[in-house]
Every structure is written in C-alpha cells, then in structure tokens.
Design a protein around this ligand. Sequence first.
Ligand code: GTP
Length: 364
Amino acid sequence: MELSSFSALSPKRPQFWQVAKRCCILAAIIDVAFFAIFMVLDSPILAWVNLLSIAMYLTAYVAYSTRKNKLATILIWTEVLYHSALGTLLLGWDSGFHYFLLMFVPAIFVSMSLKPAIASLVGLWSYYVGLDLFGWYYPPLQPIDGDALVLVHLFNLTVVFAMFAYLALYYLNKVNITHDKLRFFATTDPLTRLRNRRHMSELLKRAVESYQKEQRLVSVLLLDLDHFKSINDTYGHEVGDTVLKAAADILRDTVRDHDKVSRWGGEEFLVFLPRTNLNHAAQVAERIRKAIAKYPWHTVLNEKIRLTTSIGVSELKPDDSVNTLIKRADDALYRGKEAGRNWVELESEASCHRPRIVLSSQPD
Ligand SMILES: Nc1nc2c(ncn2[C@@H]2O[C@H](COP(=O)(O)OP(=O)(O)OP(=O)(O)O)[C@@H](O)[C@H]2O)c(=O)[nH]1
C-alpha cells in the first residue's frame, strides 16, 4: 500500500504530476512487497487485497499519463482509505496501517481551498478516530503473531517516513525554486535582464554604509542614450526595446565582473563600480562611450544609424548619501548633454573639490 495522494496540489504544474506518477509506481512496488509479506504470514485476504491496490495504482499512473488527474486522485484516495481500514481491522491498531492516513493532512491543505479542506480534515479525523476506537473495543479480526506484527508495523512506519521525507524534499525544492524566481523578478529589469533600480538602490545603500565604516572606494556612472526618443519615433517602440537590450549587453561586456550594471530608468543606466576612484571610473566610462559609439547598430536595426551615450561620473565622499552621490553624477550627465552629447563628464569641481575633467566630446 502506498500514498501518493498529493494529487491536485498544483494542477497546472507538470512537475507535480511527474511526482504523483512516481509515487504511483513506488506505491505499486510497495504493494508487491506487502503481497509477499502477507502470503508468508498466511494472511490471504490482505495479500490479495494488495493485488487490487497494485491494479489501482497502475491505473492511476495511466490516468496521470493521459491527464485524467481527477480519476487518478480518486483512485489513490480510495486505495489509501480502504487499505488502511482493512489493515487496521484485520491486524489491529498496532499494525500501523493508520499512519498512511496522516499523509493526507498536508495534502488536504495544499490541494484545497480552506472550507473544503476543513471539511475533509474533519472527515479524515472521524475516519481515523473511528478506526482507533474500533481497536479499543474490538480485537483484530485476523490477528497475526507478535513478531510478524512488529515486522508489519516497522515496515509501515518506514514506508510512511520515507514518503514524508520524499514529499518534504519535493516541497522544499519547489519553495526554493519559487523563492529564486520571486527574487529574480523583484530584482531584475524584465527587458534588459539587468538589475532594476530598486535592487541597485539597495546595493548602493550598502556600499555607502560600508564606505562609512571602511572608507572603501566606490564610483558610479550614470548613462543616458542620446536622442533615444528619435529612435522610437523613427523605427518604433519595438526597435527601441531592441536597442536598449543591445546597449545593456554592451554595458555588461564592457565592465569588470564585480562591477554592477542596472537599468535606472527608461534609457538610463547606472553602473556601480566598487573599489574604483573617480579617475578610473572615468576611464571605464570612456570605454563604454566608445563601445556604444562604435557598435554596429545597423546589425540590430537594419538601418545605418548612429547611437551615442552621455555619461556622468561621481565618486563616493565621506558625507555622501546615495542621493547626493547620484545627484552629482546626474548633474554631470546633464552638463555632458549640454556640451553636445557623446560625452563623459566628471562630477563638478564645486561638489567634489577636484578639477573638472572632460574626457571626450568627439564623435567616433
Ligand atoms: N522603446 C523603449 N523606449 C523607452 C523605454 N523607456 C523609455 N523610453 C523612451 O525613451 C525616450 C527618452 O526620451 P528623452 O527623455 O526625451 O531623451 P532622449 O530622446 O534620449 O534625448 P536626450 O536624453 O536629451 O539625448 C522616450 O521617448 C521614452 O518613451 C522602453 O522601455 N522602451
């Protein structure tokens, strides 16, 4: 006998049905073992009942394979209910057949909405208590000797433990996968697959905190594609999206592994450069500016267009917050746009007490 009743848990998920099918096969194998055990113990009713159980599990397996999930579920529930009752009535409570019923408890709550789940739970509890009470007041109908009873009891316990462990691992795996997916969607921009603004803000917040403790160098680049609106207007929004994706790839490929790139807004990107001072950040920015200007955009757009970017650069200072750090990069970016675009501009002298360095302004 076996229980793979974790049936309608997630009806639309093929992965779950694979598990259910596997449980049917396991259950059928366990029932073969039961058949042998009860033949040896000279308990023919229970032995032959197992043949019926094997047939039910194999039918359930075929039903799952042909997407008749409801039929499979009914078969499994029926098998577990009658088999646990029969084992308990014939061999007694100590045979441990009732443990299989307990496996329905989590299944009920995972597979049903609250009201039917509570009703099913009450029904299951009544069934379980009914068997228990029977054991209190009536002797087993077809008892087996003490050693044989211990053997059956231990076998049932072991199977139930193994099944619980298997299903617990399945659910753990599911929870982990779901957690990873949620994390991915919460932190990633769906178009470019770069970090989203919220995630980048968190990284920057942590960087500011650690800077204040350990004085670590941090710089940021704020990039904005030049005249991007005209690409949308001329070629359409879809082409605009393709350009954004390609620009994201260029950024990813141009920075070091430990640098972090994010989509900050529409056609704006923010790159976080740990352990980097302003001058080195300016060199990274220049590399990016050149890479975007030189990129063969005609391969993406089928049109001979020119695309450039302007970049503002700032470095974290002792009294900085995330906002002030980005504000200086934003101001620099604005000046870069004013200066004619395709431009790398460092944070201003007034705010950072360094000479202003304009790295580039020439078209490539
Ligand atoms: N295709 C596409 N376009 C976007 C997306 N997000 C923002 N945009 C567009 O980006 C354009 C930004 O235009 P502007 O802010 O005027 O800037 P610009 O045309 O790049 O000009 P400058 O920044 O001054 O060089 C707007 O047309 C937005 O609709 C997006 O996800 N996909």
